[in-house]
Design a protein around this ligand. Structure first.
Ligand code: ADP
Length: 458
């Protein structure tokens, strides 16, 4: 309706103005025409002795009658007192006419005026040889023919307008339906989604892409993402519960077996308490890893980027993990190709790289080796951690960064892994706007390549 009003109202005003101008133009033209006819007659009267000599009138009367008939005009000739000498309609001869136009004409001013009744009056004075005003030629003409024609055209145009407006309104209504219907459907789906029905999808109709189908597709993609996030969340909660339940069950079994036995020897107490203690340690590790991850996720503690000598940082990590590697007779080799200084959050990056080196040691059998290489180009630092360990099966590589994901569940309980280390590393590297890649071959070894931008635009 708004579009219709905005487009039609100005057009209507415009057309109206055109008609008014046309009307004025025709009236003005007609006035000029009547004045010139009145002037011609007035001229002829002046040059003849019409006013004074009745015998001379006959010839001119004939001419006046002709003009009057041809133009459908009423022509009156009056003397200077307003008495009608000649009336082409014959009815008013001898009467006195003192219309304002006639008085003005006697004042020697030619006038033509449109009357409220739709007639046009033109009055022109008759002047004798001595420039004396001796009378007036008065013409009355109906101009309704012209105005009627204009009115007729106007009516037709307005009728056409209404017809067009109805058609346009119908098309617009149809178009609006076409646009609002899918939007209404989408809205209904979104409302349902917000109530928790994440499986809802918007129906994408029509093969051609337009804003509406794009919006529907985007809406569905968002729903997919939401559903995925919800699944991951549920999985995460169930994983956490499961991971914590296992050590708790062990503790329960261990403590019960002591409690239910009588005369338990001291050695058994110590052994069981030792086991309980290590289960509690395991729970602590899981919880502290989880807290680290949650903090990283929530960006609770913003990273503080400091320009750091990465070689130093890596050397410290190696120093700390060497005893662990030495215990398994694993050699940690370090190669630094370039000096690298990068903007990093030292604590978090240390933890991230430590996880990789720790894993390399953990998943490499005795006598193997781990190699760490540090390199850089003009934009990024590259840290690679390779081992000659057990490797990761191809089909598992995509999942190792998932929380609690462990390739070999039983083995990891022995190695003490929580399945959270790589998630922490991955999140940290992403928060440094870097990336992490894995290359691995089962039974041959694994290489993790971390890329971190040298400069953070914070
Ligand atoms: P975890 O605490 O179990 O080590 P991570 O998140 O650090 O958990 O690693 C996830 C899984 O990825 C590990 O359980 C292991 O199966 C696999 N993995 C990680 N690093 C290596 C590696 N260097 N060699 C072989 N497997 C690895």
């Amino acid at each position: 309706m708004t579009y219709l009003l905005v487009s039609f109202v100005p057009l209507l005003l415009f057309v109206n103005t055109i008609f008014r101008t046309m009307d004025d133009y025709f009236v003005e033209e007609r006035k000029k025409e009547l004045l010139s006819q009145a002037n011609i007659i007035s001229g002829k009267i002046s040059s003849s002795d019409y006013m004074y000599d009745v015998t001379k009138q006959f010839k001119l009367d004939e001419e006046i009658r002709k003009i009057s008939e041809e133009g459908n005009l009423r022509i009156l000739v009056m003397d200077s007192t307003g008495v009608v000498i000649k009336d082409s309609g014959y009815q008013d001869e001898g009467k006195t006419y003192l219309l304002p136009e006639i008085i003005e004409a006697l004042d020697n001013k030619d006038v033509a005026k449109k009357q409220p009744n739709g007639n046009l009056y033109a009055a022109v004075s008759i002047v004798d040889k001595n420039s004396k005003r001796i009378g007036v030629v008065f013409i009355s003409a109906l101009i309704t023919d012209v105005t009627n024609t204009i009115l007729e055209i106007k009516d037709k145009v307005y009728l056409l307008f209404v017809a067009i407006a109805i058609v346009v309104a119908m098309i617009m209504f149809f178009m609006a339906q076409l646009f609002t219907e899918p939007l209404k459907k989408m809205l209904a789906v979104i409302v349902k989604m917000s109530e928790g029905h994440l499986e809802q999808r918007v129906e994408v109709t029509g093969r051609r892409h337009n804003e509406i189908t794009d919006l529907a597709i985007a809406c569905n993609n968002m729903a997919d993402k939401l559903e995925k996030v919800e699944t991951i969340r549920q999985q995460f909660v169930s994983n956490v519960s499961h991971e914590l339940k296992t050590p708790l069950s062990s503790i329960k079994v261990l403590s019960e077996s002591i409690l239910l036995q009588e005369d338990v020897p001291k050695e058994m107490y110590i052994e069981f308490l030792h086991d309980i203690n290590s289960e509690v340690d395991r729970m602590s590790v899981i919880i502290s890893d989880l807290l680290t991850l949650v903090k990283l996720d929530q960006k609770e503690i913003p990273l503080t980027f400091v320009e750091t000598d990465i070689a130093n940082l890596v050397r410290d990590i190696i120093k700390r993990l060497t005893p662990l590697a030495a215990a398994k007779n694993i050699d940690i080799e370090y190669e630094q190709i370039k000096d690298v200084f990068a903007d990093v959050d030292t604590v978090k990056i240390t933890l991230a790289i430590s996880n990789l080196v720790d894993n390399a040691v953990k998943y490499t059998p005795e006598g193997g080796s781990v190699k760490i290489t540090l390199d850089a180009d003009h934009q990024n630092a590259f840290i690679s951690v390779s081992d000659t360990g057990i490797g990761i099966p191809d089909e598992e590589i995509g999942k190792i960064f998932d929380r609690f994901y462990r390739v070999d569940k039983t083995r990891d309980r022995e190695t003490g892994g929580t399945g959270l280390g790589l998630s922490i590393t991955h999140s940290t590297v992403l928060m440094h706007n870097g990336s992490i890649k894995v290359n691995s071959k089962e039974k041959e070894g694994t290489t993790f390549l971390v890329r971190i931008p040298l400069h953070q635009n914070t």
